[in-house]
Design a protein around this ligand. Structure first.
Ligand code: PEP
Ligand code: MN
Length: 364
């Protein structure tokens, strides 16, 4: 071999993957056996669409008794999979010892799980273990919809000197049976993007969906919302996976899914397109201004009603009237193609604002 054409180091391969858009990470929820890890990794590499191999080595399970991860002995399997496929590997860490073990076995990218981000003590312990280490770190959103906790974890890891930090949006848990295993609450991910435009954010449709049949549509939505990539669980034999069996797909199916996604560009150069878009955006601004004007007028009328209620000493909230307003709005909204869900949220907000204004008047 010509020594002058040195093959890239694993650090360089990892850097290239980290900077690639869309960044695609895939692999089993859990490493189970060496054969399973290698077969999955080989299948993923064969798709030509995956940049990083993931696997859980230590699994933070909600209840004891289920499979809690193969532990440190799985790390050499990841090394072997990396040797065979050339893919950098990513593993979840939840303690200082796990950070140490993962780095000892050359894990290329670390991630903090949702059950870790939620706990500042754990995050700080990991951050301390990362001091002086040069490794990219991905941080999943906390299990509860609390942006401050997510931000706090980013800050702790950044303060430890980690330069490459990315976010994973994996949804938020809620009580009871819902369509999703973890509600996506897209607005929270969008708010993180707005606050930290320099941080990469990828989407984890597997843990949002909890099932295979809606993975594709959630992945598509993330791409439509300009996410930087996806992390999706895959397994050579998903039905027999030791954890998260319902949401995993074979490497072949993953390849198909990625092939079906309509990848979007954030921006295009064409002047014509920009001019057309600018015109439409001006219309939106104009309409937003008018909406606010009208809402302002509505509040003024509500204040007059407040004064009247005060003079006659009657309560602010009158349930019958409120139901009548909503019913009218549902009917009208339906004709305009506005969902009942939107009408409810919108009127709740407007109504609450009216009540607050009336409250001030009643008690002035
Ligand atoms: C996982 O990625 O397998 C995992 C445990 O995810 P989360 O932390 O999002 O629950
Ligand atoms: Mn999982």
């Amino acid at each position: 071999m010509d020594a002058s054409i040195a093959s890239p180091t694993m650090k360089e391969v990892t850097q290239k993957a980290w900077n690639k858009r869309p960044l695609i990470i895939s692999g089993p929820c859990s490493a189970e056996t060496e054969e399973q890890v290698i077969a999955t990794a080989t299948g993923l590499a064969a798709t030509g669409k995956v940049d990083v191999l993931r696997a859980g080595i230590w699994k933070p399970r909600t209840r004891p008794g289920s499979f809690e991860g193969i532990g440190t002995k799985g790390l050499p399997w990841m090394q072997a999979a990396k040797r065979i496929t050339g893919l950098p590997v990513a593993v979840e860490v939840a303690t200082a010892k796990q950070v140490e073990d993962a780095l000892h076995f050359d894990v290329d990218i670390l991630w903090l799980g949702a059950r870790t981000t939620v706990n500042p003590f754990s995050v700080q312990e990991i951050a301390d273990a990362l001091r002086g280490v040069d490794v990219p770190v991905l941080i999943k959103n906390p299990i509860n919809p609390d942006l401050e906790l997510w931000i706090g974890a980013v800050e702790r890891v950044a303060k430890a000197g980690i330069k490459q930090i990315g976010l994973i949006h994996r949804g938020f848990s809620s009580y009871g049976n819902t369509e999703y295993r973890n509600a996506p609450m897209w607005h929270l991910a969008i708010e993180m993007k707005r606050r930290y435009p320099e941080l990469m954010i990828i989407n984890d449709p597997s843990h949002i969906c909890g099932r295979r049949d809606i993975l594709q549509e959630v992945a598509q939505k993330a791409i439509d919302l300009d996410f930087d990539g996806l992390i999706i669980e895959s397994h050579v034999d998903p039905d027999h996976a030791w954890s998260d069996a319902k949401q995993q797909v074979t490497p072949e199916r993953l390849g198909e899914m990625l092939g079906n996604i309509r990848w979007r560009k954030e921006d295009v150069a064409s002047e014509e397109y920009h001019a057309a878009l600018e015109k439409l955006r001006q219309q939106i601004n104009q309409l937003d201004d008018e909406l606010l004007q009208i809402i302002g007028q509505r509040i003024k009328v509500a204040e007059k009603i407040g004064q009247y209620k005060k003079d006659n000493n009657i309560t602010i909230l009158q349930t019958n009237r409120w139901n009548e307003i909503l019913e009218r709005a549902f009917a009208k909204g339906d004709k305009l193609g506005l969902s009942k869900e939107f009408i409810t949220k919108y009127f709740d907000a407007v109504h609450m604002e009216s009540i607050n204004h009336q409250n001030k008047i009643m008690n002035s």
